[in-house]
Design a protein around this ligand. Sequence first.
Ligand SMILES: Nc1ncnc2c1ncn2[C@@H]1O[C@H](COP(=O)(O)OP(=O)(O)O)[C@@H](O)[C@H]1O
Ligand SMILES: [Mg+2]
Length: 231
Amino acid sequence: MKLPRVLSFDSSRVSLVEKNGQCVIVKKSLQREYTQMIEAQRHLCLNPIVIDGLTLRVVPVTNWDNKRELLTTIYCGGSNLEEYLRGCSSIDRVRLLSTLKHLLLAMKGTGFLWGDFAPRNIIIDWFNSIMWLCDFERKIVLRECPVSDVGFTRYIRNYSFEEFSSLLLIEDQNILFDGLFTEEFGKVAIENISSKRKKEILRRLFGNNDFYNLGQLCEVEDLMAFVATPL
Ligand SMILES: Nc1ncnc2c1ncn2[C@@H]1O[C@H](COP(=O)(O)OP(=O)(O)O)[C@@H](O)[C@H]1O
Ligand SMILES: [Mg+2]
């Protein structure tokens, strides 16, 4: 058994080990990831998401070692979606993208905004019909009500848009994103943008400002997704 060679994988932080006859993943992390995993799992228990027969679940946590800042989760086997998208047939890809689109709409409907929504952080166990989510380092937002169109647009554009674009041709991106984005108005403070790359492109294109129009931010995000897109 081995971990897939996904984008930005860091073997000095994440390792697959055997403990008491069970395969687990040990990850150098922060307490916040552990807390967010517990909160996300609780939210999914109260507001279950089942998409095309697959139940959405957080990979089971078995230990948080506060002193050494080590998170242990049970190794969950199945198709890692980054590997899957790189190697699957076009029929399987279209089917998966349709499932992911349904997933996004369900997340919007149930107020489940998982910050690390990227293909490499999703594993599908087809045999047991489970969609596992790993990686909860980025901020999650859990609501008791549906997310607004504007809020959801910002959520997807902020991170997942570029992450998925790097693995999908334009026509496949359209299957996933068409109809999800609404126009955004207003301003955003530079201090609220976490991506260093995004901040640098904003500065170079629009000057060194404390605030940028959301239209300008969208332009940069479109550019970044386009540059990442395989041609
Ligand atoms: N519990 C798990 N079961 C199976 N694979 C896992 C599990 N946890 C992590 N992985 C794999 O290890 C990779 C890195 O783990 P992740 O938590 O995403 O760390 P990072 O924050 O470095 O991205 C994931 O992309 C996934 O492929
Ligand atoms: Mg990850």
